[in-house]
Design a protein around this ligand. Sequence first.
Ligand SMILES: Cc1ncc(COP(=O)(O)O)c(C=O)c1O
Length: 383
Amino acid sequence: MDKKLRLLIPGPTPVPPQVSEAMARPMVGHRSKGFAELTARLTGKLQQIMQTTNPVFILTSSGTGGLEAAVANTVNPGDKVLALVAGKFGERFRDLARVYGAEVIELSFPWGQPVDVAAVKEQLDAHPDITVVLATLNETSTAVVHDIRGLGTLTRDHGAILAVDAVSGLGGVEIRPDEWGVDILVTASQKALMVPPGLALISVSDKAWELIAKCKSPRYYFSLEAARKSLAKWNTAYTPGVSLFFGLEAAADLILEEGLENVFARHRLLARATREAVKALGLKLLMPEECASPVVTAVLSPEGVAVDDLRKLLLDKYGVLYAGGQAELKGRVFRIAHMGYADRLDVISAIAALELALSELGYAVELGKGVAAAQKVFLGGAN
Ligand SMILES: Cc1ncc(COP(=O)(O)O)c(C=O)c1O
């Protein structure tokens, strides 16, 4: 028998059976009345999950397409864009702004640390002509959650819009765009939303529409005006990923049935149990706990253990897929996701496998110590 795969990477994440079942439905016409009704229902559900009254557009693309839509619709060549970079995905947003010809002011922070809001304020004060600030909610490469609320407080009083990459956060990490002043919020289907890859979601504020109306950069597939015109008829500009829409509605129902607050609390609990477990094994976290992600945990590889060997053993022998480090963190960290369709026993099995693999690689662990630490967190109740 093939090994049972335990997918513990921060996307794509495991898909609940209800979602797979919905996606297996027979095909329908994307211009049909039924599909328009689905789009209308789904938009309402997504607005609840994204905690916004702004329109939410569903683009058939991966998350990066959503990030490109954010930039292509707001950034003209020569515009001043402030890019906050503290990991691989902050770099990606910055690179997109460069591709669209922006004069990018890059504010970098050490990978594994949060964005310093005071430093952002200094830049905004020094450059009143910044038009767009690019930030990341959950920096997947470092497992750090950034202070989007703090950034929103700054951009609210400034001419700039705040565009947030919430690709790996949304649905697991709290974000309140309307309340916090987020103008463009981008996420994707394959992370905490528990749907296979292929959809990007993007919400847009009135302040952002003003910039979009003036933006001259070329865009076609990712034109937000085109998306807006179509959504007025509960439609999409181009053929959407119909089956993914079915799946997304099933996933949205699961999230709303559980209740957003409960979903966030579950993620916080799983994250805390994971952190306590790895610490009990004598391992160190990459990120400070105050800003640790609820959906993914980054662990420094212990002395004498090669991350690639650890991941290979975990996968080959136990069917457990952890993520490695990206870019400058390659070889230094491994990452364990607890994102989306994840529960307490997923954490227990992930940690049990880690204990086995570490001992097999010669790292001294007391078997069961990590598992017990996680169990204690669970017995302690909700976070
Ligand atoms: C924070 C963040 N932004 C953007 C992306 C890119 O999304 P995609 O791979 O769907 O294009 C990812 C994917 O891991 C991510 O974690």
